[in-house]
Write a protein that binds this ligand. Sequence first.
Ligand SMILES: C[S@@+](CC[C@H](N)C(=O)[O-])C[C@H]1O[C@@H](n2cnc3c(N)ncnc32)[C@H](O)[C@@H]1O
Length: 368
Amino acid sequence: MAREETTGFMAMKGAGYYSKATVGAKHVMDNAAQMVLDAVDRMGLEKTSGVFRATDMGAADGGTSLDMWRRVLAQVRAQAPDRPIEMIYTDLPRNDFSQVFQIVHGLTGEATYLDEVSGVHVMASGTSFHEAIVPAGTLDLGFSATASHYITAVPCNIEDHVHMVGASGETRQAYEDKGASDWDNMLAQRGAEMKTGARLCLFNFGIDEDGRYLGNTGGVNMFDTFALHWRSLLDDGIITEAEFANTNFPQVYRTQSQFVTPLKDKQSAAYKSGLRLEHVEARVVRCPFEQAFSEQGGDPRQFARDYIPTLRSWSEPTFANGLSRDRSAVDRARIIDAFYGRYEDMVAADPAGHAMDYVHIYMVCVKE
Ligand SMILES: C[S@@+](CC[C@H](N)C(=O)[O-])C[C@H]1O[C@@H](n2cnc3c(N)ncnc32)[C@H](O)[C@@H]1O
């Protein structure tokens, strides 16, 4: 099988930048941990034996999910005292897996479940979640947060924007079609990996019934702001037309109905793999940086300095990838710094409405 185009994607900023800057993603998981605990409850682990295998797919540095896993693995241990637990962190090959091990093994100072839950064996995989990660019929609990919006390849460039949420017509349709086929395949891969009775918990970026999505919950639209500043670099002759055109987030935000479709369609690969929907809901989790600023006040420049890294932690690779390979590393870094500097100056000058609120569609599936 051909490697997917985005397998070489740079993943999140490494060296711990991701989880330090992205506390909101941790809130998403901590707030919804009960859904995973309930799913584990329904598995009836008391009567089972053998290795209990779990995956955290698209885990980045593993820091944001650490507290959620502390609760989940403690419950698995309580209900299955004798089963060895295999905890597999997965992400793209260029992910900073060293950071995963440093965080989970307690080298960064965070409290780790390894000190609390016995018999946990931590491992990692650099295989994309669009492919088979573990052998068929061996997975007990699949989990992924804030990652399934990454598609295998962008279907086309987006005119005058950088994200499919800013696309219309045929371009929008091409992204939605790509999102639909990747999603069906991604679910089917999980269905094949799972044991009968296993659970799959997915907390996905999406578009809710009010049309809200990440960074678009009523204030300034974050993706429009990305496009605005990227275009300003073009207008100022700092990047080229080709670089603007080649900058496209390899992502699709799906609606709840789009998420659910393959789980209801008997002809889909996901359905045929035995996956069935147990639960779905949409939630908005408030941007912690905007919340602190609006409740406690303070210097707008400081808010801007605190806020921009949470956008930068996950968006920088897409902008860096859009730049010509002929540029030196120094030149690329200068352009990327200028880009986020413009965004920061805008927020500092008028912070009202800037917020990266998280909009997720939460799903729990069972393998029949
Ligand atoms: C926004 S981060 C989310 C990290 C963490 N799960 C969280 O919720 O804080 C998205 C992660 O998905 C990873 N990712 C993107 N495409 C992937 C793929 N095809 N397979 C595995 N991981 C992928 C990225 O490298 C990145 O680490």
